[in-house]
Design a protein around this ligand. Structure first.
Ligand code: TGC
Ligand code: FAD
Length: 389
C-alpha cells in the first residue's frame, strides 16, 4: 500500500488552521511509522501495544484538550478530533485507549475532582505513567446505566463499594478506575486504585472485535476506599453522561480515520486488480461502492468539523454529538464492509487493514451508546418525546 493520503475531496483542509494541520500531520506520520506496521500482529495476538503508550503521551494525545497546567496539550477540539481520526486510522484500539484515558478518566477528574486529585492524577495520566479505566456499564445494565446495581455505602471514613462492571476498556492494565456507583439512590464517581483489597479486574477474552485493546470486568467485593477518593463534584447520572459526550465526540472523528484507511486500500486495489482484462475499478458496480465511500466520508468530515467548531465555542448540545457518533460510525462500518467486498478473498486477510477495521467498527457501533440509543437521543431532542421506555 502507498503512504496514507487522507481524504480531502471537498478541500476541508482549507478549513483548518496551520496549527491544526500540523497536529494532524505529526500524529499521522507517527501512526504510519510506529503503529500501522504492528497493529495486525497485535490484533491477531489480542494484545495492546503497551510500548507505544509513552510515545502517545509525548505526542500529547491523552486529555489533549485539557489545560497545560496539568501537563496536557491544551489543544482546541478540532485538533483533538484530528488526533482521534489519525489514531483510529491505525486501529480503533489505539483511539479507544486515548478516548478512555482522556475523555473518560482525565476529564472526570478535571471536572468533578478535588484540587488534590487533579494535581495528583492528571499529570501522571497525561504522561502515560498511569493508565486509567472508566466503569459505568454493568453485566445487567448497558444502555440504561441509570438503573445500575453497584452500591457505595459510607462506613466511618471509608466508602465500601459492592457490585460489578463489565466490558471495561483497559480495566486489567489500569492503575486507576473511575467507578460510578449509587449512594442512597444518587450516582457518584469514585477513584479506585489497582491493588485495593476487594477489587479485581479479570480480562474478557475471545473477542472478535477490538482485539488490540484490553477489555475487562471490574469486581468490587466489599471494596473499601478512603473517603477522599470520592469525586466530590460528581452529582447524579449527568456526571458520567458528560464524560460520554467527550468520548462520543472523539469517536465521531476517529471512525473517519478507519473509514479513510479502508477507502484508500480499496481504491488502490481496484486500480491494480485485473479481472476480465481490465482493472476492477473500471467496472461501474465497483465505482458505485467507491463513490459511496468518498461521499459519506466527505459528509462525515463536514459534520465533525462543524461539531468541533461548535464545541470550541461551547455551543454544542449532546444530541448533536449523538447524531455525529451515530452517523459516522454507521458510514465507517458500511465503508469497511464495501471495501472488504472490493478486495474479494484478500478482503478477509489481515495482510490488508480492512477486515481488522471492519471487525473493530462492530464494537464501536455498540459502545458509547449503541446506534439505536443515539437514534432515541436525537429523536427525543427533535420531538420532545422519550422513546426509551
Ligand atoms: P433521560 O431521562 O433520557 O435523560 C436524563 C437527563 O439527562 C439528559 N441527557 C444528557 N445530558 C447531557 N449529556 C448527555 N449525553 C445526556 N443524555 C441525556 C436528558 O436530556 C435529560 O435531561 P432533562 O433535563 O430532561 O432531565 O435518561 P435515561 O435514564 O432514560 O437514560 C438514557 C441515557 C441517556 C442514559 C441513554 O440514552 C444512554 O446514553 N445510554 C448509553 C449508555 C452509554 O453510552 N454507555 C457508555 C459506557 S462507556 C463506554 O462505552 C466506553 S467505550 C470506550 C472506548 O473504548 O472507546
Ligand atoms: P444492551 O443495552 O443490552 O442493548 C442490547 C440491544 O438492545 C442493542 O441493540 C440496543 O440498541 C437495544 N436497546 C437497548 N435499550 C433499548 C431501547 N430503549 N430501545 C431500543 N433498543 C434498545 N462500558 C464502560 O462503562 N466502560 C468502557 O470502557 C467500555 N468499553 C467497552 C469496550 C468494548 C469493546 C465494548 C464492546 C463495550 C464497552 N463498554 C464499556 C460497554 C458499552 O458501553 C455497552 O456495551 C453499550 O452501552 C451497550 O450496552 P449492552 O452491551 O449492555 O447492550
Amino acid at each position: 500500500m502507498n503512504a496514507f493520503r487522507g481524504v480531502d475531496f471537498y478541500r476541508t483542509d482549507d478549513l483548518l488552521s496551520e496549527e491544526e494541520r500540523m497536529v494532524r500531520d505529526t500524529v499521522r506520520e507517527w501512526v504510519s511509522e510506529k503503529a500501522v506496521p504492528i497493529m495486525d500482529k497485535h490484533f491477531e495476538e489480542a494484545t495492546f501495544p503497551m510500548h507505544l503508550i509513552p510515545e502517545m503521551a509525548a505526542l500529547g494525545v491523552f486529555g489533549a484538550n485539557l489545560p497545560e497546567e496539568y501537563g496536557c496539550a491544551g489543544m482546541n477540539n478540532v485538533a483533538c478530533g484530528l488526533v482521534m481520526q489519525e489514531l483510529e486510522r491505525g486501529d480503533s484500539g489505539l483511539r479507544s485507549f486515548a478516548s478512555v484515558q482522556g475523555a473518560l478518566v482525565m476529564f472526570p477528574i478535571h471536572a468533578f475532582g478535588s484540587d488534590k486529585q487533579k494535581r495528583h492524577w492528571i499529570p501522571r495520566l497525561a504522561s502515560g505513567e498511569k493508565i486509567g479505566c472508566f466503569g459505568l456499564t454493568e453485566p445487567d445494565h448497558g444502555s440504561d446505566p441509570g438503573n445500575m446495581s453497584t452500591r457505595a455505602v459510607k462506613k466511618g471514613d471509608r466508602w465500601i463499594l459492592t457490585g460489578a462492571k463489565s466490558w471495561i476498556t483497559n480495566g486489567t492494565i489500569a492503575d486507576l478506575a473511575v467507578v460510578w456507583a449509587k449512594h442512597e439512590g444518587e450516582v457518584k464517581g469514585f477513584l479506585v486504585e489497582k491493588g485495593t483489597k476487594g477489587f479485581s479486574a479479570p480480562e474478557i477474552k475471545h473477542k472478535m472485535s477490538l482485539r488490540a485493546s484490553i477489555t475487562s470486568q471490574l469486581i468490587f467485593d466489599e471494596c473499601a476506599i478512603p473517603e477522599e477518593n470520592l469525586l466530590p463534584k460528581s452529582e447524579g447520572l449527568l456526571s458520567p453522561l458528560l464524560c460520554l459526550n467527550q468520548a462520543r465526540y472523539g469517536i465521531a472523528w476517529g471512525v473517519l480515520g478507519a473509514a479513510m484507511a479502508c477507502y484508500q486500500a480499496a481504491l488502490e486495489y481496484s486500480q491494480s486488480r485485473i479481472q476480465f482484462d481490465k482493472p476492477i475499478g473500471g467496472f461501474q458496480l465497483v465505482q458505485d461502492k467507491l463513490v459511496y465511500m468518498l461521499t459519506e466520508i466527505t459528509k462525515g468530515q463536514l459534520l465533525v468539523h462543524r461539531l468541533g467548531r461548535l464545541k470550541d465555542q461551547q455551543q454544542i448540545d449532546h444530541s448533536q454529538t449523538s447524531l455525529a457518533k451515530r452517523n459516522n460510525t454507521a458510514i465507517a462500518l458500511e465503508t469497511a464492509r464495501l471495501a472488504r467486498d472490493i478486495l474479494g478473498a484478500n478482503g478477509i486477510s489481515l495482510e490488508f487493514p480492512i477486515i481488522r477495521h471492519m471487525c473493530n467498527l462492530e464494537a464501536v457501533k455498540t459502545y458509547e451508546g449503541t446506534h439505536d440509543i443515539h437514534t432515541l437521543i436525537v429523536g427525543q431532542a427533535i420531538t420532545g418525546l422519550d422513546a426509551f421506555r
